[in-house]
Design a protein around this ligand. Structure first.
Ligand SMILES: Cc1cc2nc3c(=O)[nH]c(=O)nc-3n(C[C@H](O)[C@H](O)[C@H](O)COP(=O)(O)OP(=O)(O)OC[C@H]3O[C@@H](n4cnc5c(N)ncnc54)[C@H](O)[C@@H]3O)c2cc1C
Length: 379
């Protein structure tokens, strides 16, 4: 397919952004692609869970993108987006403005950090590679004590949460302490304001996750609204408990720069789009990945896999729009994840028809293999 030479600007250098580039070139888009992100580096976030055990470090998970840009003919602009001028089709950034003919927003999500004490007393385990490193270093320095791990949500948008990795850190740290022969010096507590944590993975998943905690001697504190954190304490409406190391994953919200962008935003702060990534009422603008709020079931995950599916659909619609062809590509809604515990893994699959779970050590190896193949495609 030959398309007119338009300048496509992609915000972000994560899963959705890279898939968008690959899809554009695969569909023979020959025009200019400009990617805008603070650093020309791709971070493979799902493997952050293996940093505390030393299985992975920063060098393994951060991929410089120079080769990718050369291979797919991408112009990179190192900048942090600060706003949007829709009338003049300009992205505003800390290094100046950038013109676009078509724009794909793929700049991820951020964490709601409103709970008292969250900035001082908590590590947010999904806050990038450095969070994994902090957990690794704190664990190594501890001789014993209580480690509390939990997650919350965005009350205004139930799908804007990330729980899976918290279970992975929980089981991974339990396995690590056992391997190090010092598990009995630690008390592990899992806490969540939800009475049924992990419900979006299906009702079977909740039972399985809680059974696994019981088997591993992990205490639970569930169904109590969070009040905040203090030094060595987690405080909820259902009481408080001691914790020398607290990992808490708060709910997600959209990028801060969206606030004055004039784009339609959901209650939770994300860009509202249709199931093909087209942003309603904003011509020439598309969204994919964690930045978007899309129609679909309440369990639709904010995941790398969904980000990839959304980016493919958004880019195909973008190309149809450029060519003036009426087309509507919809992304498939699918939850696929392997909840890993360093030694084994549980595959959780959910789509509109089925939900199933399957546990075997092979899934730990499958997760490693997937990482390898994905990163090979980026390098
Ligand atoms: C520990 C952990 C484990 C996970 N496990 C899994 C898993 O097993 N399976 C799975 O599918 N998903 C998993 N995820 C979720 C997955 O990583 C995210 O859903 C995915 O990264 C979202 O992709 P994205 O492209 O929307 O955003 P991101 O990958 O977050 O990329 C956002 C990009 O935007 C850039 N950016 C941010 N702000 C700006 C700005 N103002 N201007 C310009 N650029 C900006 C960032 O630098 C980054 O390059 C996990 C996440 C974590 C943290």
């Amino acid at each position: 397919m030959d398309t007119p030479q338009e300048q496509i600007v992609i915000l972000g250098a994560g899963f959705a952004a890279l898939t968008a580039v690959k899809t554009l070139r695969k569909n023979r888009f020959t025009g200019l692609i400009t990617m805008v992100a603070p650093r020309a580096i791709f971070s493979y976030l799902p493997s952050t869970i293996w940093i505390p055990s030393g299985m992975r470090d920063r060098e393994d998970l951060e991929v410089p993108l120079e080769n990718f840009f050369a291979r797919f003919n991408v112009r990179f602009q190192a900048a942090t987006v600060t706003g949007l001028n829709q009338e003049e089709q300009q992205v505003l950034s800390d290094t100046g403005s950038i013109h676009y003919d078509r724009l794909l927003i793929a700049s991820g999500a951020r964490f709601i950090q409103k709970l008292p004490g969250i900035k001082e007393h908590v590590i947010i385990p999904c806050d990038g590679i450095s969070a994994g490193e902090k957990i690794r270093d704190r664990l190594a320095a501890m001789e014993g004590g209580t480690i509390a791990m939990g997650f919350g949500g965005n009350p205004k948008e139930p799908s804007a949460m990330r729980g899976g990795p918290v279970f992975e850190f929980l089981y991974g740290i339990d396995t690590l302490l056992r391997r190090q022969g010092r598990r009995e010096q630690f008390k592990l507590i899992f806490f969540s304001p939800a009475a049924e944590p992990g419900k979006r993975m299906g009702p079977k998943a909740v039972k399985g996750l809680l059974r696994e905690m019981d088997k591993r001697g992990i205490e639970t504190h569930l169904g109590h609204k969070m009040k905040g954190f203090a030094e060595n304490r987690v405080i909820t409406e259902g009481g408080e408990f001691e914790s020398q190391l607290t990992l808490f994953m708060p709910g997600l919200t959209g990028p801060a720069w969206l606030a004055d962008s004039g784009l339609p935003l959901s209650a939770g702060g994300f860009v509202v789009a249709d199931q093909g990534g087209r942003v309603g009422g904003a011509e020439h603008i598309y969204v994919a990945g964690d930045s978007g709020s899309f129609p679909g079931p309440e369990w639709m995950p904010k995941q790398a896999h969904m980000a990839d599916l959304q980016a493919e659909a958004a880019v195909k619609n973008m190309l149809s729009d450029i060519a003036g062809r009426p087309a509507q590509h919809h992304f498939k809604v699918e939850l696929v994840c392997i909840v890993d515990s360093i030694s084994t893994g549980v595959l959780v699959y959910r789509d509109m028809k089925r939900t199933f779970l399957f546990k075997t050590p092979l899934f730990h190896w499958a997760k490693l293999l997937f990482e390898k193949l994905y990163l090979r495609g980026v390098r």
